[in-house]
Design a protein around this ligand. Structure first.
Ligand SMILES: Nc1nc2c(c(=O)[nH]1)N[C@H]1C(S)=C(S)[C@@H](COP(=O)(O)O)O[C@H]1N2
Ligand SMILES: [Mo]
Length: 310
């Protein structure tokens, strides 16, 4: 017999009322007070963010990029186009309380209450290489869990073949939405098997603390073998769908940004080579590695022409 247990970090659909959010917020504040943490989750200063208990499960074997660069050199177009804009402007984002609606072609849709989810230890620390399509890279100690654990909780139907992710789009919190650079909200997607891969991380922190706003607080995706733009920030909706979803960068410039966007030194961007990269903090460029140095994902693309499905 099948017994459905709602995970402790989920809210049944009917409970998502302003009152429930208020009560949750109060509970989180109380819990934080109990462990001596300050309610600094909304802060944009990473040093002031509450610690998250973690155990390390992945190590890139390379020194992590300093926190000042991880939280100071960002792409988050909802807060401006320059690398320094997100750190300067993302203080207006309110990452708590925050909910993520997870639904579509699933048996058990849920609404994630992110503060409660984060309070649910233990989290993993995973030090991943991270490569932006623009040609720079970092080594980042993320805090997260395999996205597959959330997938299992909602029980996708057999017809679900892709996962579609959507970022918050609130003009009041995100000054960059005034610029028509992308078709907001920022949207990304993965094939279901990519989403289920052990490396695909649902991240809530960096350097052992909650995510700074500019890194996609309070919850984001990290797909380490793909270009950075697939790692969608500040997620509010996750939908299981049957056909390949529209993605913001692919819609904007389909010739330049494919749906797959696997890191591949052999497939150039139409305007620049992808053979090398600059690791932030280093001077000499490095060779870019196929799948960003995560060859264990190759099986996902067996038989696919990676020049065609770039
Ligand atoms: N919502 C949203 N997510 C986003 C982006 C964005 O502009 N908006 N930029 C992407 C790009 S291009 C990169 S390289 C990474 C940067 O993540 P980081 O600032 O945490 O290093 O976020 C990705 N996720
Ligand atoms: Mo990027």
């Amino acid at each position: 017999m099948h017994v459905r247990r709602t995970p402790s970090w989920a809210l049944p659909e009917r409970e998502v009322t302003p009152e429930a959010l208020y009560l949750n917020r109060r509970a989180v504040l109380a819990a934080m007070a109990a462990v001596g943490a300050s309610p600094a989750a909304a802060s944009t200063d990473p040093e002031k963010l509450a610690r998250i208990a973690t155990r390390r499960t992945h190590d890139a074997g390379e020194p992590p990029t300093p926190l000042a660069d991880v939280a100071g050199y960002n792409n988050f177009y909802e807060f401006g186009l320059d690398k320094g804009d997100p750190a300067r402007n993302a203080g207006t984002l309110r990452p708590s309380p925050w909910t993520v609606r997870v639904g579509g072609l699933v048996k058990s849709p849920l609404t994630l209450d992110v503060d409660r989810y984060i309070a649910r230890a233990p989290w993993e620390e995973r030090i991943y290489r991270f490569r932006c399509v623009e040609g720079w890279s970092m080594v980042i100690p993320w805090v997260g869990v395999p996205f597959a654990s959330l997938v299992r909780a909602v029980e996708p139907l057999g017809s679900a073949k892709y996962v579609a992710f959507r970022t918050l789009a609130d003009r009041e919190q995100m000054p960059g939405l005034r610029l028509p650079v992308l078709d907001w909200p920022y949207r990304e997607g993965l094939r279901l098997d990519e989403a289920m891969h052990e490396l695909t991380l649902l991240a809530v922190g960096v350097y052992g603390r909650r995510l700074p706003n500019q890194n996609g607080a309070p919850i984001r995706l990290v797909v380490p073998w793909k270009y950075g733009f697939k790692s969608v920030k500040s997620i509010v909706a996750i939908d299981f769908v049957e056909t390949q979803p529209e993605t913001s960068w692919n819609m904007a410039t389909p010739r330049e940004y494919g749906f797959y966007a696997n890191v591949n030194p052999n497939v150039d961007h139409p305007r620049w080579s992808q053979a090398r990269e600059r690791r932030i903090g280093e001077f000499r460029r490095r060779e870019t590695l196929l799948f960003n140095g995560y060859p264990e994902v190759a099986g996902l693309y067996a038989g696919m022409d990676l020049k065609r499905f770039f």
